[in-house]
Design a protein around this ligand. Structure first.
Ligand code: CA
Length: 226
């Protein structure tokens, strides 16, 4: 089922749930690191790159929302699945707004958790072969893009930037964060460069005059919506 070593950080303070989830996710083939509190979660995140964070909200030290805020502020866009007993709509909306990729309430069925984990990883790891939005199709294996059935020529960096946005839909990124996540450290690129690339992507795969996919977030940067 699992193709490569997928690293999951499991943040959960309830010992029996932590142990059960750890075992079950390992049986599914994932490499799992357990963090029973917020500080340990943050220190693990400094040490290692994860493919997914499963995040409880009510923890003994930090609240899960604070952890999520901290890691996103640091420009870490590791996918986050919130797993919480808090089932109020407002809490779900808050979590998703802060940058969680999904929200599941406890109690839950393992099967559903697996399905959601797979869905998040699929979106992020780009092993979907064809991604489409509007009249655009992205063939990830060939790194080829079509609009209205016609191939659109993108430079490698334009293509990578497009895929970066597709993998992080509806998330508002500052221009600095876009820069940090897509340009190598020490490059000459500035936030102006980011603006120029967005202009180009709009011309090539969106509508330059009335953008529907690359949306300007006033005072911040951009967000992509399919
Ligand atoms: Ca808890």
């Amino acid at each position: 089922m699992v193709e490569k070593d997928i690293q999951i950080l499991l943040v959960e303070d309830e010992p029996s749930l932590l142990a059960g989830l750890l075992l079950n996710l390992q049986l599914e083939g994932y490499k799992v690191t357990a963090a029973p509190n917020g500080q340990l979660a943050l220190s693990q995140l400094k040490k290692q790159k994860f493919d997914l964070i499963i995040l409880d909200l009510m923890l003994p030290d930090l609240n899960g929302m604070e952890i999520l805020t901290k890691i996103r502020e640091k420009g870490n866009f590791t996918p986050v699945l919130i797993l919480s007993a808090m089932d109020e709509v407002e809490t779900k909306v808050e979590g998703l707004t802060l940058g969680a990729d999904d929200y599941m309430t406890k109690p839950f069925e393992l099967k559903e958790l697996y399905a959601r984990v797979h869905a998040i990883l699929r979106r992020h790891n780009g092993d979907i072969r064809v991604i489409s939005f509007g009249d655009v199709k992205v063939f990830t294996e060939e790194r080829r893009v079509e609009k209205n059935g016609k191939t659109v020529h993108l430079t490698p960096l334009e293509y990578d930037l497009l895929v970066f946005f597709i993998k992080n839909p509806n998330r508002a990124f500052s221009r600095e964060a876009i820069l940090d996540n897509n340009w190598p450290p020490g490059s000459d690129a500035t936030v102006r460069t980011v603006d120029n690339f967005i202009v180009t992507l709009r011309k090539k795969v969106d509508d330059h005059r009335r953008p529907r996919h690359f949306i300007t977030v006033r005072g911040l940067g951009y967000r992509f919506t399919s």
